[in-house]
Write a protein that binds this ligand. Structure first.
Ligand code: SF4
Length: 447
């Protein structure tokens, strides 16, 4: 039987899709990269915004029209956060959440046997185990996502994630080591450690994020370790010192801010002040040369006055981020913020978001200009059909080089590139002659 997965949302969901694909492949199912010829279609949903919920519903209806006879399952954060959601997904034969992902193959085979619609959304408790899942391939990706943490205990007032992911829990260090070794053996040279609240890795068994990075830092074959999104918590001086001692750790940090206004952060139930955030960023910049810090900023949170917005704007300006993702606040049914007074009208939210985004573009350009003239190792991962090879530098700058011989793939190879031009969202450069790449031994002139 052929099975097709459609994935929405974050790197954790991408990882879990790859792990579920592995489970089905072990049972002899053939993975398909399109639904047209699939007997089974699985939508791995996200619920970070109401729009994400709608997208899952629309995808389901589209798939049912396309494949009236296929078995269709909807899994992931949407049904888990809103169990009543299964009523909104009548076209689905199977509806499950994020808990017990490993049950999906059994549920599919039960359905194939009994043809009875199945809803399986067990609730999270206060101390669930980290579900053992592993994957040795992330199809279509050069860098391997490695999920090491799940759940969140923070309950920010606008967020549904704690309801869709349960309480914090972490992958056991031995499982982490063996899975990272397997990914290195499978040829991945960069690992992206990811989680729902990654900064809380190991909190429940007396370890922390530095322990996870040190484990990966010691594995042969792994050349780079990158961290997924981070909350600005748990990053003590000793954790930062240990992280900066890991030579394979990439100096790029996506440190979620949400607002630069102390009053708004309090209303969001975020556990830091703008000054604490600033000091953490300074500590990162002091320990990691040429590090890039990026972030998420929300505008128009309930109660945000024009003064609050300006305070946030001025703080973001002071931070000189390498890039920012701006989100106008979107009401989430079931969150505390939904019921807060002083909801901001859409026009104001979007006007503020546009002003913040313009600042973001300015900072992005400044950051890219600061990379001019630098020579850095680039892990190539894409051949753009516009005649460029592309890949990321350690500080997550995307760099393109013109290909002389576009037939040759540089995928998963590292070359030293000197940056000589910038684009809107990337840099351009050329391979430094004589600086043999640290993987393939192919010299620049015969590329
Ligand atoms: S830290 Fe806050 S925003 Fe992040 S997942 Fe947890 S509750 Fe949501």
């Amino acid at each position: 039987m052929r099975i097709y997965f459609m994935t929405f949302g974050c790197k954790v969901n991408l990882y879990e899709t790859a792990a579920m694909e592995g489970m089905f492949a072990e049972r002899g199912y053939v993975l398909s990269d399109r639904p047209d010829d699939a007997d089974i279609c699985v939508i791995n949903s996200c619920t970070v915004t109401s729009e994400s919920d709608n997208k899952a519903g629309q995808a389901l209806r589209r798939l049912r029209r396309l494949r009236p006879d296929a078995v269709i399952a909807v899994t992931g954060c949407y049904p888990q956060a809103l169990p009543e959601a299964e009523k909104m997904l009548p076209e689905a034969d199977i509806v499950t959440g994020t808990k017990d992902r490993s049950r999906l193959p059994d549920l599919v085979e039960d359905f194939l046997d009994k043809r009875t619609r199945t809803v399986y959304i067990p609730e999270y408790g206060l101390r669930d185990e980290f579900e053992k899942m592993s994957c040795t391939a992330i199809p279509g990706h050069t860098r391997a996502f490695l999920k090491i943490q799940d759940g969140c205990d923070r309950f920010c007032s606008y967020c549904m994630i704690p309801y869709s992911r349960g309480r914090i829990r972490s992958k056991a260090p031995d499982d982490l080591r063996s899975e990272a070794e397997a990914l290195a053996k499978a040829g991945y040279s960069e690992l992206v450690l990811t989680g729902i609240n990654l900064a809380f890795y190991g909190a429940e068994f007396g370890m922390n994020l530095a322990d996870a990075v040190e484990i990966c830092n010691g594995i042969d074959g792994i050349k780079r370790i990158r961290l997924g999104s981070l909350e600005p918590e748990m990053m003590t001086d000793s954790v930062l010192d240990r992280l900066s001692a890991c030579e394979k750790l990439c100096p790029s940090f996506h440190l979620s801010l949400q607002s630069g206004c102390a009053k708004t952060l309090k209303a969001m139930n975020r556990r830091y002040t703008p000054e604490e955030y600033f000091s953490l960023a300074e500590k990162l910049r002091a320990r990691f040369a040429d590090c890039s810090i990026t972030t998420d900023v929300m505008t128009g949170f309930p109660g945000e006055t024009e003064e609050d917005f300006i305070e946030s704007y001025e703080f973001v300006k002071r931070m000189r981020f390498a890039d920012i993702h701006v989100f106008p606040y979107s009401v989430r049914r079931g969150t505390r913020a939904e019921k807060m007074p002083c909801q901001i009208d859409g026009g104001t939210k979007h006007r503020r978001a546009e002003k913040m985004s313009a600042l973001g573009r300015e900072m992005r350009r400044e950051f890219l200009e600061s990379q001019l003239g630098r020579t850095c190792p680039v892990l190539f991962e894409r051949e753009k059909n516009d005649g460029f090879h592309g890949g990321y530098a350690p500080n997550y700058t995307f760099i393109k080089i013109l290909t002389k011989n576009s037939e040759k793939s540089l995928r998963n190879m590292v070359f030293y590139v000197t940056i000589d031009k910038i684009g809107d969202d990337c840099c351009f450069g050329y391979i430094e002659d004589g600086r043999d790449p640290d993987v393939s031994g192919i010299s620049a002139e015969n590329l």
